[in-house]
Design a protein around this ligand. Structure first.
Ligand code: GLA
Length: 738
């Protein structure tokens, strides 16, 4: 059930059967926020009147009008400058001057559709969705602000976006336009957000809210591994399965900001949107500007409750419909197996072995084009390197296909190396001022994707390769951030350079759109030096993203633990790699690497021609087992079984009758208890379970006492007991018996 109810043209109630979101037209005509939380049932005018019973702060405030100060009001889309001294959600300039905006309710419309759109990443559904568009007008400045709200029947989330239209006859500049805001009456929350760096993305950082202003974001041209746009406000005392959590995310891949303000009365305001730094948008008469969508989640069921919502949202409303219930192919990627040092013979050897052990797709990573023997050259020259493929790329692709494997290739479409013809022919296509110095990153420059001609030129090159090879799979990488953000194209078009970052990312989306409309079968794996663009924007095109260049199983536990707060297992591309690991030189047992990578879209990234027969047999057996369980893993309900910050990590996925538990112990501890159990709160008390296809166990035992964990004491005879020391792990299957 999903509905938008409107009373007296003034009170708005968006709800499904789990959440209610309420706002109203305030006495000054602006939109006031009333409530976001658990479903309130049917509401009458009397209910709304009761909710409005409140005093207005008088001491120390400035009044908007006689009895109203906006300083204490929860607002839908707050504006700075008239009695609210916190930063607002929107700022518009007329030349050098700020406009003091005053948007008043005008009208609304409700729609029942939210179509999937390749042009701009959006949440989508063709049924069981309501979209409410509220039009507000600032008549002094001749501006219309449309606030759009969407609610789906199957997730506790409100999707918001804003659109500004210039109805006047002079142009204005937008210097800030957030996607949406949420006001909460108190500040009794801990902020959880996902931060890190290359090789250590998405670690959960927690801090208490306190009066003042706190924000994080990106000015790198991509969402970044430093800060993911996701933020959760976790009620103090909330646990894995209880307590209120609000969370926000942004369906966007460029510069963003998420800001939280707690005022003197402990009211909390969170907003998110395009980062206003280095942003300005020229709005000519008659033009409109649309923000990306923000998503606001609510649960009262703790961290696992939050993940239920965020995961369902991505699986049902973000991922391209074609991939919503489809398993991802098991890939062998040659990057960590060969780096740049390969030729077609070596690759065919790898592919043949891959086929033997059950792999489904062979992906050639970096190094197949131009004369790219290292990472300083050839980007932008997407023609095959004939030294490495003397028979051409289509003959190679044919061989891969004949083996019964899908074929994938790596591209870094947004970049150019200085030694290419593309760079020599079109220096004006490179981001940066023609007469000023430019910074280099990984030996490469960024192409001006704000310019549709540049996007098209790259598309033509990619199209040729896709057609020549019958390509099934693209790994789309992006390995440097943007500096000296100047676009020659925008200069020529007389548009402000402040538009660059947003137009750049729209250009990236347009290339995705071109590829996916012309080759709808193609599967695109996202990547940005690992998780540098791990966001809902990219997921609208890429059903799976490489979350980190760190393939170490132990580090991946932390990365996944964080990222999974916001994104489901189906979008994680997890590759088993060699030991010692190439990034951190850690050696972990193959079993541990499998037990981590199996939670997600499994793949491999090591030289399998160098493995022992025993290792190959173990991989083959794992792949066979994974194939039986992957629907459960990718699309089942995911839960953490142990809290964060521990030496031990445990999670599980469940569907109607099956569960799979993953348990990981990073460092062994000597001489611990022999009663090592893991409680399964989800176990049905009235059922029995078949554990690991061997033991019949009562649900009540699993729930109240737990699942027996691997015995970890490493005593004198540890070897003979088969114990492994650090990096223990277990993957335990459970089947419900009637
Ligand atoms: C980036 C990616 C890696 C690999 C290399 C190739 O670092 O994240 O997975 O593709 O580029 O250069």
């Amino acid at each position: 059930m999903v509905a938008v109810e409107v009373l007296e043209n003034k009170f708005f109630h968006l709800h499904n059967d789990r959440i209610s979101y309420l706002f109203y037209v305030m006495e000054n005509g602006q939109l006031g926020h009333l409530y976001y939380g658990a479903f309130l049932g049917e509401l009458t005018k009397e209910d709304f009147r009761y909710m409005l019973l409140r005093e207005s702060k008088s001491a120390g405030t400035v009044k908007y009008s006689e009895a109203l100060t906006l300083g204490d009001r929860a607002q839908e889309y707050p504006v700075y400058g008239s009695s609210d001294f916190r930063e607002g959600a929107i700022e518009v300039m007329d030349g050098e001057d700020y406009l003091y905006l005053d948007f008043k309710f005008d009208s609304y419309a409700i729609e029942d559709q939210k179509p999937y759109d390749l042009e701009m990443p959006l949440s989508a559904s063709t049924e069981n969705v309501k979209v409410l568009k509220v039009r507000l007008k600032d008549s002094d400045h001749k501006l219309t602000l449309t606030q759009t709200y969407a609610i789906f029947d199957d997730v506790s989330a409100i999707v918001r976006s804003s659109e500004l239209t210039n109805d006047g006859d002079r142009s204005v500049q937008i210097s800030k336009i957030m996607s949406g805001a949420l006001e909460l009456p108190d500040a009794n929350y801990e902020l959880w957000h996902l931060c890190g760096a290359w090789l250590k993305e998405d670690h959960v950082k927690k801090q208490n809210l306190a009066p003042g202003h706190l924000s994080f974001g990106s000015l790198r041209g991509a969402t970044s591994p430093q800060h993911n746009p996701f933020a959760a406000l976790v009620e103090k005392g909330a646990g894995l399965d209880n307590g209120v959590v609000y969370a926000s995310n942004l369906i966007y891949s460029g510069n963003f900001i998420t800001s939280i303000n707690v005022n003197e009365w402990n009211q909390t305001r969170i907003y998110t949107g395009i980062n206003p730094d280095h942003f300005s948008w020229l709005l000519e008469p008659g033009e409109s500007f649309k923000t990306p969508e923000a998503v606001l989640f609510h649960t009262k069921d703790g961290i696992n409750g939050l993940m239920k919502e965020t995961h369902a949202f991505v699986l049902n409303h973000i991922i391209p419909p074609k991939w919503q219930n489809k398993v991802r192919p098991i890939v062998l990627n040659n990057w960590e197996a060969t780096y740049f040092d390969f030729d077609d013979r070596k690759l065919l050897e790898l592919a043949e072995k891959a086929k033997e052990i059950g792999i489904e797709c062979f992906a050639v990573d970096d190094g197949w084009f131009g004369h790219r023997d290292d990472d300083r050259t050839s980007l932008g020259n997407w023609t095959v390197d004939e030294r490495k493929f003397p028979n051409g790329i289509s003959a190679f692709a044919k061989k891969i296909h004949e083996m019964g494997l899908k074929f994938g290739m790596w591209f870094e479409p947004e970049m150019v190396s200085p030694d290419t013809k593309l760079y020599a022919d079109h220096p004006e296509w490179v981001v940066g001022h023609p007469y000023e110095r430019r910074s280099v990153g990984r030996g490469q420059y960024v192409l001006d994707f704000a310019d549709p001609q540049v996007v098209d030129a790259i598309y033509q090159q990619m199209k040729a390769i896709i057609e020549e090879t019958g390509l099934d799979y693209i790994k789309w990488d992006m390995n440097r951030n943007i500096t000296e953000a100047y676009s020659n194209y925008l200069h020529e078009k007389k548009r402000p350079q402040g538009e660059f970052f947003h137009r750049y990312i729209l250009g990236v989306y347009s290339l995705y759109a071109k590829i996916l409309s012309d080759f709808p079968e193609i599967f695109i794996e996202g990547c940005a030096s690992g998780g540098g663009r791990y966001d809902l924007g990219i997921m609208c095109y890429s059903p799976m993203i490489w979350p980190s260049d760190d393939s170490d199983a132990v580090e991946r536990l932390d990365i996944m633990s964080g990222a999974m707060l916001a994104y489901p297992l189906a979008v994680f591309s997890n590759h088993v790699s060699a030991c010692p690991n190439d990034q951190v030189r850690r050696s972990t047992p193959l079993e541990m690497r499998h037990n981590v990578c199996d939670f997600g879209a499994l793949g491999y990234e090591l030289d399998i021609t160098k493995l022992s027969d025993g290792e190959l047999a173990a991989i083959k057996a794992n792949i066979a087992e994974y194939k039986k369980q992957r629907e459960l893993i990718l699309f089942g309900r995911f839960k953490r079984l142990l809290p964060f910050d521990e030496n031990e990590v445990s999670w599980c996925v469940t569907n109607d009758s099956q569960s799979l538990v993953g348990f990981y112990r990073k460092l062994a501890q000597p001489n611990t208890s022999i009663f090592d159990y893991l409680k399964l709160p989800f176990a049905d008390e009235n059922k029995r379970y078949l554990v690991d296809k061997k033991h019949q166990v009562k649900g009540r035992w699993l729930k109240n006492n737990g699942l027996l964990l691997p015995y970890q004491f490493n005593g004198a005879n540890a070897d003979t007991a088969g114990l492994i020391g650090d990096f223990q792990s277990a993957r335990i299957s459970l089947e419900e018996l009637n």
